[in-house]
Design a protein around this ligand. Structure first.
Ligand SMILES: [Zn+2]
Length: 373
């Protein structure tokens, strides 16, 4: 029997406020970061925080007019430096809706398009360049070798685009991690269709105008997809009944987060009660639920199913070594089931934790197979 493949598992976290700029940085960013750092340190995990830099650039831009923003922006810098000093990787994440932000009555109003590909190429270039420079200026005093080597586009929106990957190449980004196979979004802010991605698991050379497609040759940038899988019908049923229980037990007025999700993330044309119940409860229970491998969206049994799905696809690949990337949104973590998960994984002989920088180094050195047509 062939030996088990070695899996280099990258735990990542999109570290940011909500997509509409709402939320308290202490509650959504600083506190969950402290918790994750403790969990990762206790278990010897080197993870990566994909820090959303447009938010921070905008806080800095407004801090003279609105002085209450300055301590928050300073605390953001301190938190990022602290995570980096403690051995965690920091990489580039951009939500372009922060372009053209305004600030009134202590609230952000974000009018920029949520999709990077829908921005003018010059504006997109400026956002990427400013974000990269901000992070490198912040962290190079701590480690002169520090560089942004990977990119995660806001809301995963990267393809198709006539310019997005080319801009990343010009900035020296080694790989993009925005593709999530099977993901389809059609909301008031975003439309994208990754249901036909030609590669949804292994690193691949993308066509530069459309990262959903595999290039027929080596390209100057690589895509590493975020893992996805289907939760079993049993676990889906348990999740759905727990959610219904929570809703029935909760106060009827929607929380800030629910209000935000209802406004920003409802599928266009699917807002009636029946359609929502069908999409969110009935259909997943019948077929198994499509899951983006997002550490904040899974309880411990779901995390264990995800791990089994990762091992199964790794075995099918026939490769002896490969990277797998998970995403996360610590702003939404409630029970931090990730703690039990990393305890298990840290004892697994076939899995090593890797940062995105570790993966970039191995990709550049030709250590991992990169698919082309
Ligand atoms: Zn994000």
């Amino acid at each position: 029997m062939a030996p088990e493949p070695s899996i280099y598992l990258a735990l990542t976290d999109d570290w940011e406020l909500r997509g509409d700029g709402s939320g308290d940085p202490e509650q959504l960013q600083f506190e969950p970061l402290r918790k994750l750092l403790r969990i990762y340190e206790d278990n010897g995990v080197r993870s990566t925080f994909n820090v959303e830099v447009m938010q921070q650039l905008t806080f800095r831009e407004f801090q003279t007019k609105a002085p209450e923003l300055k301590p928050l922006a300073d605390a953001w810098d301190d938190a990022v430096r602290d995570a980096f000093r403690r051995g965690q990787d920091i990489q580039l994440h951009i939500h372009p809706q922060w372009s053209n932000a305004t600030y009134h009555d202590s609230k952000w109003h974000l009018s920029g398009d949520w999709a990077l590909p829908r921005h003018d190429v010059k504006i997109a270039r400026s956002m990427l360049e400013r974000g990269k420079h901000y992070l490198e200026n912040l962290l190079q005093p701590l480690d002169s070798n520090y560089k942004c080597v990977s990119f995660r586009s806001g809301s995963s929106c990267i393809a198709p685009s006539s310019f997005a990957l080319t801009l990343l190449v010009q900035l020296g980004i080694v790989f993009d991690m925005s593709i999530v196979g099977g993901l389809r979004v059609n909301t008031r802010n975003l439309q994208m269709d990754y249901s036909q991605c030609e590669e949804s698991f292994l690193p691949f050379y993308p066509r530069l105008d459309d990262a959903r497609k595999v290039s027929d040759k080596a390209e100057p940038i690589i895509c590493v997809p975020i893992f996805h899988f289907y939760l079993s019908r049993l676990q889906t049923f348990k999740q759905v009944t727990t959610k219904i229980g929570e809703k029935l037990g909760a106060d009827r007025s929607p929380s800030n987060r629910e209000g935000y999700s209802q406004q920003q993330w409802v599928e266009v044309g699917r807002s009636s009660r029946f359609q929502l119940a069908y999409d969110k409860a009935i259909k997943p229970c019948l077929t198994g639920k499509y899951m983006v491998a997002d550490l904040s969206q899974m309880n411990y049994p779901a995390l264990k199913e995800m791990l089994a799905a990762i091992r199964s696809r790794a075995r099918q690949s026939g490769l002896s070594e490969l990277p797998v990337i998970l995403t996360g949104h610590s702003k939404y973590m409630k029970d931090f089931a990730v703690e039990a998960f990393v305890k298990d994984v840290s004892k697994a002989p076939d899995i090593k934790f890797a940062s995105l920088t570790d993966i970039a180094i191995k990709l550049r050195a030709g250590h991992f197979t990169v698919r082309s047509l």
